[in-house]
Design a protein around this ligand. Structure first.
Ligand SMILES: Cc1cc2nc3c(=O)[nH]c(=O)nc-3n(C[C@H](O)[C@H](O)[C@H](O)COP(=O)(O)OP(=O)(O)OC[C@H]3O[C@@H](n4cnc5c(N)ncnc54)[C@H](O)[C@@H]3O)c2cc1C
Length: 389
């Protein structure tokens, strides 16, 4: 038998456990109290943003060289998980800041990174990611937004749909067609600013959940940007978009974990308090089995998500598979756990007087965005059949 002196064989490093405690303290005090209100009023949770920013949890992944906290992929996942446990809509602040900036981090020039990352690190600006279009969702390659080179500028025209934090974010990674005949190799990525002439936004979508997170269309009407705002070489945008999602699907998995943990924690407390037939409902085996299944599935999802986060940090060859698997599994589990949490609360769970109905509505989106779970299964099957899984 091999003994690892002074080190645990298989547990979170102490530093990561401390990060969890620190985020939980901030979220219990300053994020959770606004969650119901953000949901009820469909309003961006500014108080959460301010609290996360003050504690440097608004964009923890930004490397230290750009003034960021320099959190690794696992620490970033833990931050997002803990924020989502309190308020799923607020967890899209660190999650979408990572999504929006990841193309820059993976493929941007030194100048672009130096210009656009420090404001995000400081919390002066948020960064959104514009891939989807009205007619190009799962089939993102069919996008029609165009970027045309005109001297030393690109001119962008098109409509991006379902853009998280649109209007709130100062910066946008926009994917657009630069070579119409070349399909996925004819797409390029650009940094667009909210302040650029010709950029405007649609009305906020009226959604089932994550209501505090604004989702809008982004309109690009002859938006003229300097050519050096291209991220990477022309024609590499789609590859950058997919590489980004490999990393950020891990953060959606983390969001799903957090939502599910919030629901489980609430259901456990309720089951001990609620009395029927002269005893706490937690004494009934039917409830106990439900709680046991919820805890078991959540922990399995967490282990897969953290393994995927480690692979993201190392950019392992099988990250594509693990990112898809973690997102798909954790989001399916979050939907099951939040639905069961409503069941544990009975009729009360079905009302807005208790948080689990919000958590159930919020969980649903994790099965849809950053690629639906059908798309994740396509990705996983492809990787398995290639022999990379
Ligand atoms: C609240 C919200 C926030 C979002 N934020 C962003 C964002 O910030 N940036 C961004 O770019 N996008 C964002 N999206 C878009 C999101 O990623 C897309 O909605 C998603 O990829 C699915 O695209 P679609 O809605 O067009 O569905 P469709 O692609 O039309 O899919 C409809 C159904 O068909 C299924 N389907 C499609 N193709 C296949 C196939 N080949 N095999 C089997 N089933 C298939 C899907 O799984 C789904 O069930 C957001 C969406 C929402 C709702």
């Amino acid at each position: 038998m091999t003994a690892v002196q002074g080190e645990s064989l298989y547990q979170l490093p102490e530093e990561h456990q401390e990060i969890r405690q620190a985020v939980r303290a901030v979220c219990d005090a300053k994020v959770a109290p606004h969650a119901a209100e953000a949901d009820e009023n469909s309003q961006f949770p500014q108080a959460s943003y301010d609290a996360l920013r003050a504690a440097d949890f608004h964009a923890p992944h930004v490397p230290e060289e750009y003034g960021g906290a320099g959190a690794d992929a696992l620490a970033t996942a833990i931050v997002i998980e803990e924020v989502a446990r309190a308020c799923a809509a607020s967890s899209l602040i660190p999650a979408v800041n990572k999504l929006g900036t990841m193309p820059l981090l993976l493929a941007g020039s030194a100048d672009l990174k130096a210009k656009y990352l420090p404001p995000v690190a400081r919390g002066d600006a948020m960064f959104s990611y514009c891939l989807s279009e009205p007619e190009a969702g799962s089939d993102a390659v069919s996008m029609t937004t165009k970027a045309t080179l005109d001297g030393d500028h690109y001119v962008l025209n098109g409509v991006k749909r379902w853009i998280t934090n649109a209007g709130e974010s100062a910066y946008y990674t926009v994917f657009a067609v630069t070579d119409p005949g070349a399909r996925s190799r004819g797409i390029s990525a650009f940094v667009v600013e909210r302040a650029d002439e010709g950029v405007s936004f649609g009305a906020p979508e009226r959604k089932l959940g994550i209501k505090g997170s604004p989702t809008r269309e982004v309109y690009l009407d002859n938006v003229r940007i300097p050519a050096d705002r291209i991220i990477g070489e022309p024609g590499t945008g789609f590859a950058t978009a997919m590489r980004t999602l490999d990393h950020t699907r891990v953060t959606i998995a983390a969001q799903a974990l957090g939502i599910a943990q919030g629901a489980l924690d609430y259901a456990l407390g309720y089951a001990k308090e609620r009395q029927q037939f002269g005893k706490a409902i937690a004494d009934f085996q039917g409830i106990q089995f439900m709680l046991a299944d919820m805890g078991m599935k959540l922990e399995a999802a967490r282990q897969l998500t953290y393994a995927a986060a480690a692979k993201s940090e190392r950019s392992d060859a099988d990250l594509t598979y693990f990112g898809a698997a973690a997102k798909c599994f954790a989001s399916d589990v979050a939907m099951e756990i939040t639905t069961d949490a409503v069941q544990v609360l009975g009729g009360y769970g079905y009302t807005k007087d208790y948080p689990v109905e919000r958590m159930m509505r919020d969980a649903k989106i994790t099965q849809i965005y950053e690629g639906t779970n059908q798309v994740q299964r396509i990705v996983m099957a492809r990787q398995l059949l290639k022999g990379l899984g």
